[in-house]
Design a protein around this ligand. Structure first.
Ligand code: BGC
Length: 335
C-alpha cells in the first residue's frame, strides 16, 4: 500500500508499507526519511537519522538519507578533464567539490511514479548543471519486498560525463541518534583506500589486516573509532572506501541492544563507510540532537575521485551507455 503526504505542495513524502516494514521517501533528493522495522521485542524502531521538519532537508547539509550525485564524495580541486576539455565544479569542501556541488541531486526535486510496493524517482539534470557536462536523465527506484528495500539506479547522458551515485542514509539500528560504538560491523573487504586531511582519497590502497579497518570478522565499531591509527585520527573516525572481496551481503551491521541486523548487498565495488564524524549536534527527529559518531553511513559507489585515480574510470558515462547500479538493505531481528 502506498500513501503520499504533501508538505506545502512542494515536498512529497511517499510511504511504502508491507506487513514487515514501512519506508518513508521524499521527492526532495529521492531521500530515505524513515525506515521502520520491528526489533526483537516486536517494538517498531525507525533505524535511520533524519529531520523532524521535512524543510530542514533543504536548509542543512549532512545529506541525511539523500541520493547523492552526480558524483558522490570529493572531486579533487573540483576539476577534471574529459575528451580533452577541462570542467570546473563548485568548490564546497576545503579545496574540493563534494557530493555533486553546491546544489547536487540531494537538494533537487524529483518527479515520481509509484505502485503499491515501488517508487521510481526521476530527475533531469541539465547540461552544465553544477559544472558537469551533458544532460543527465537519472532514475532511482525503491522497491520494498518483505524485509528488503532495494535501490536501483539508472542514468543516461547526452554527452560524455561523470556519474557516481550513492545513498547517504545514516543508520542507527537502536532507532535513536546514540553512539554507534557498540554496533557490530562485518565488511567483506580486505583492502581500504587512504584519505588525506581534506578527506580526499589519495589513491593509496592498504591491506586491512592488523589495522583497525579489519572488519572481516564481526567487531564493535568503537574498536576502530577509539584506535590511535593515523588514518582514523585524520578522518575523525571512519570515512574511508572499503574495497569489497565479494559481490553479495558485503556489509552486515548489527545491534545487540535492539537485536536488529541489516545486510547490505550491492552491485558496486566498494562502500565509503562513514561514522557521521561531522554531525554537529543539530536537532533531528523528535528534536533529538544528532552528534558525531551517532550513526553509520554505508555509501556504496565507485572509488571517489575515480576520474583522477583509475584508468578507464567506471564513472565515465558516454552517450548510448546506461549507468546501472543496485544496492539493497535487508533487515532481520532476533527472536
Ligand atoms: C564524506 C564525508 C563528509 C560527509 C558529509 C561523507 O560521504 O565521506 O567526508 O564529511 O559525507 O556529510
Amino acid at each position: 500500500m502506498t500513501k503520499v503526504i504533501a508538505h506545502n505542495n512542494l515536498i512529497d513524502e511517499i510511504i511504502l508499507r508491507n506487513e514487515e516494514m514501512e519506508v518513508h521517501l521524499l521527492n526532495l533528493g529521492a531521500t530515505i526519511k524513515n525506515i521502520y522495522v520491528s526489533d526483537a521485542q516486536k517494538h517498531i524502531r525507525d533505524v535511520v537519522l533524519g529531520y523532524g521538519d521535512v524543510f530542514d532537508y533543504m536548509r542543512y547539509d549532512g545529506y541525511l538519507g539523500a541520493s547523492v550525485g552526480r558524483c558522490a564524495n570529493r572531486i579533487a580541486k573540483g576539476r577534471f578533464t574529459l575528451d580533452g576539455k577541462t570542467y570546473h565544479l563548485p568548490i564546497n569542501n576545503g579545496p574540493h567539490s563534494l557530493h555533486g556541488g553546491l546544489k547536487g541531486f540531494s537538494y533537487r526535486l524529483f518527479d515520481y511514479i509509484y505502485t503499491n510496493h515501488q517508487v521510481t524517482f526521476h530527475y533531469l539534470s541539465p547540461d552544465g548543471q553544477e559544472g558537469y557536462p551533458g544532460t543527465l536523465d537519472v532514475y532511482v527506484t525503491y522497491t520494498l519486498d518483505k524485509t528488503t528495500l532495494t535501490m536501483d539506479y539508472q542514468a543516461v547522458t547526452s554527452q560524455t560525463t561523470l556519474v557516481n551515485l550513492t545513498n547517504h542514509t545514516y543508520f542507527n539500528l537502536d532507532g535513536i541518534a546514540c553512539p554507534i560504538d557498540d554496533h557490530l560491523l562485518t565488511v567483506k573487504a580486505s583492502h581500504y583506500a587512504l584519505v588525506d586531511g581534506d578527506g580526499l582519497v589519495t589513491g593509496e590502497i592498504r591491506d586491512i589486516h592488523h589495522t583497525p579497518f579489519d572488519f572481516t570478522k564481526e567487531k564493535a565499531i568503537g574498536e576502530a573509532l577509539h584506535s590511535d591509527d593515523p588514518q582514523i585520527i585524520l578522518a575523525r573516525g571512519l570515512d574511508h572506501p572499503f574495497l569489497f572481496d565479494d559481490n553479495h551481503d558485503q556489509v552486515i551491521l548489527r545491534s545487540k541492544a535492539s537485536g536488529i541486523t541489516m545486510k547490505v548487498s550491492t552491485s558496486l565495488p566498494l562502500a565509503q563507510i562513514y561514522s557521521a564524524n561531522y554531525l554537529d549536534g543539530r536537532l533531528g527527529k523528535h528534536k533529538y540532537p544528532m552528534n558525531a559518531q551517532s550513526a553509520l553511513c554505508i555509501e556504496t559507489s565507485y572509488l571517489p575521485d575515480s576520474i583522477h585515480l583509475e584508468k578507464d574510470s567506471p564513472t565515465i558515462l558516454k552517450p548510448g551507455e546506461s549507468y546501472q547500479a543496485s544496492t539493497s538493505y535487508t533487515f532481520t531481528h532476533e527472536g
